[in-house]
Write a protein that binds this ligand. Sequence first.
Ligand SMILES: [Zn+2]
Length: 392
Amino acid sequence: MGSTLRLGKIAGIDVGIHYSLFLVLLFFSWSLARDFLPGLNASWSTPTYWAVGFLAALLLFVSVLVHELAHSVVARASGIEVGGITLFLLGGVSNLKAEAKGPRDEFVISAVGPAASLALAGLLFLAYRVIGGEAAPATPFGVVTVPLSVVEAVLLYLWFINLVLGIFNLLPAFPLDGGRILRAIIWAVTGNLSSATKVAAGSGQAMGILLILLGVWQVLQGNLVGGLWFALIGMFLNRSASTARREMKVQTSLRGFGVKDAMRLDPPTIDPDASVSSAVYGPLVQQGTLAVLVCEKGSLVGIISLSDIKGVPQHRWALATVRECMTRTPLWTLKPDDELAHGLEMLGEHSINQAPVLEEGRLVGLLSKADIAQFMRLNSKLDFRGGRFGLG
Ligand SMILES: [Zn+2]
């Protein structure tokens, strides 16, 4: 996620916050200070409401972090590389570099987050009851008979919000944890990940639309802020679910094919001492590629792509050499026998359009996103499956 501020490592896992979190922290502090806290104790000063509101909002995100850490730590223990945790506007995400290997792992990794939230809710509730005693209401909706202290108020808010976090995430709507649990169960029963994803993502899309409608209804009822919040979460859910569905469709259609099936053979190359204009008017214009590999004495030394060329003013193209503006090795590379789905994933992960394909250090091809798209178009019309395909 862009615009992220790195905070550091916890249990060896990178934690970062997206700038949108600052806005939402302010917003939560404001709404707690204005509506929630005065109901628990009417005698505090305005700065106290704000300070306690801010503390409670901050601890809410610490709770979200605990939830995400549970996912990440268990994922790492199951052999999945964890790219870090990002806290943002709508909560947190754990960036897992791969999908779970089987339904069992998927189930455990997904369930442990809500389990952590519910356990935290239980602990905080205990602490709240011990400190607050019988006079304190059990939920934020209860009637406060005795004004609560700062600690009691914060504990009351936190135990309840962790309960909500745990339950909301258990909704069977992909990509929420509950949706992943549902997917793991269908996956275990049918043995088919792609149809399990279809069902879980369908439920995610439906839940998203339901939340949007609920939001609109709330707005019409006069609850503008709460309604917008529901609608926002609904839109996020709906969009993530349809993306997951589309990605699974692509993954399924690529299954069984290798990088060698879709790559461009003998891609054009250029000498590093050639001019930028010869790269543009040669391979780029004439062969319709978006990048040219740069080879010196038979070995790959870099790649020159449109984005590299854009950095050179046009009047210098004839004078500047490829070497001056190319992206140098080491580049992200693929092997001909890599799975095509892995190739696509790698291009996406590093935000690059193409990668050279090497076999024992020798350049054999170039795989671009456009090549994969073209391959999928052809495959959908001709269905290569079953026939011999590729280099051998
Ligand atoms: Zn979760």
